[in-house]
Design a protein around this ligand. Structure first.
Ligand code: PMT
Length: 402
């Protein structure tokens, strides 16, 4: 399950209505996506669902009374209001909608809403005639003016036997709408990225090759972050065991020469090129057509010749040259060597990557880089590769075309 709501703190307000029985499932769905969920029940809601159920599914104590000294001592209503990244009221009865529209603070839920600066949404749930009523419609219009999101309602058969608009949206629909609110802003809409990732593999004979420890994780994380930010992404990958991030077009290659061909073809149609692949600097001059046999000698000499420099070839394009970002994987003098590579390869930006330890860099879950460009440097500390990738993509989008 994608953690689209990872570490988001969601305060779920449940008011009185038959749809409250679905709230336990809603809590589960939000939690599955990584959210931390706390629940406030109104008095009426407790007639439909118990605090114990919601405490069990949310893993947090459930609040219901404004005037409960014990609950206030644990997490007071102001703390609860400040804790929330988002307040969702589902189901939102006609009564609670009316009270919110008029700024009442006569129970814990409405008090928290007034005391919070977090974004908020209501999911109306009521009889279709109550929903149509001009008073309810005016209250909903007021909530919209006050920047509430209105999730639903859905239409169909109602518990009371009526048919019409007023049903609470299903938990999965409410979860999807919540995810949309937290989805990253698509700042890179319309931009095309080409990203290289993974190692290259340089054949010695039909069964042996020269390669390195790159897992592809950093490059794949960059592709995922760019696509999430709205870019159209081509990922040119060496041989790795990773699934293609959703929405990314993947081109698989083995050798540096194959990667060069794919990179040049994609680069001329790209706005940004990121060379994250660990390209073998040398390849075997003559690949044996049959498996090399072990002779009597204790030595085997292989003649290696230089591979083309892919990123330097992209940066040297005179027409349709993309903004070109490289990585420099070094075990010593990391910043100096990275600065030299920025100049020698004529890059726009380079990420100096210390690969001397096993905690970051090659085949690890975490990474840290110093990003260098003409006129600036920024250290991005040790963190999961996905998070680092998001920061790098944000930085590239700031400097692209400046
Ligand atoms: O794949 P992971 O396990 O997640 O590890 C990530 C990583 C450590 C591989 C990555 O963060 C990284 O540092 N990638 C660059 C690796 C590398 O080859 O660095 P380099 O300093 O040798 O090369 C400098 C730049 O030139 C790189 O952008 C490289 O892609 C490019 N290059 C190098 C040689 C070559 N023949 N052609 C190139 O395009």
């Amino acid at each position: 399950m994608q953690q689209t709501l990872a570490s988001k703190r969601i305060l779920l307000g449940i008011s009185g209505g038959i749809a409250a029985y679905k709230s336990a499932d809603l809590v589960r769905r939000l939690k599955e996506r990584g959210a931390d969920v706390r629940v406030i029940l109104t008095d009426a809601a407790q007639q439909f669902i118990t605090p114990l159920t919601l405490q069990a599914v949310s893993g947090n104590p459930v609040s219901h009374s404004l005037l409960d000294p014990a609950a206030e001592a644990a997490m007071g209503h102001i703390e609860l209001a400040k804790w929330a990244d988002f307040i969702l009221i589902a189901p939102a009865s006609a009564d609670v909608i009316a009270r919110l529209a008029h700024g009442l603070a006569n129970d814990l839920l409405t008090t928290c809403v007034l005391a919070s600066a977090a974004p908020m949404a209501v999911a109306p749930a009521m009889n279709q005639q109550m929903y149509k009523n001009i008073a309810t419609q005016k209250n909903i219009a007021t909530l919209k003016e006050h920047n509430f999101h209105i999730f639903g309602p859905g239409s169909g058969a109602q518990a009371c036997g009526d048919v019409g608009a007023g049903r609470m949206l299903e938990p999965l629909e409410l979860t999807a709408l919540t995810e949309q609110l937290f989805a990253p802003v698509k700042k890179l809409q319309g931009l095309r990225f080409t990203i290289t990732a993974g190692p290259t593999r340089e054949a010695i004979d039909p069964v042996r090759y020269i390669s390195n420890h790159s897992s592809g994780k950093m490059g794949f994380a960059l592709a995922e972050a760019a696509v999430k930010a709205g870019a159209q992404v081509t990922l040119i990958s060496g041989p790795v065991q990773l699934a293609t991030p959703a929405g990314v077009a993947r081109i698989e290659v083995l050798s540096a020469e194959q990667m060069l061909e794919a990179a040049l073809a994609a680069a001329v149609n790209s706005d940004v090129f990121i060379g994250c692949a660990a390209v073998a600097d040398y390849r075997v001059a003559e690949i044996a057509t049959d498996k090399l046999k072990k002779g009597n000698d204790n030595e085997l000499q292989l003649k290696l010749i230089k591979n083309p420099d892919i990123i330097a070839s992209v940066a040297a394009l005179t027409q349709q040259r993309p903004f070109t970002v490289g990585f420099a994987a070094e075990t010593r003098n990391v910043l100096d060597y990275a600065r030299q590579k920025l100049l020698n390869k004529r890059l726009d930006m380079i990420c100096a990557n210390d690969v001397s330890g096993s905690q970051i860099g090659f085949n690890s879950e975490q990474n840290a880089v110093s990003v260098i460009w003409r006129g600036g440097e920024l250290d991005l500390p040790v963190q999961p590769k996905q998070q680092l990738a998001e920061q790098l993509i944000a930085l590239i989008s700031q400097h692209y075309k400046t």
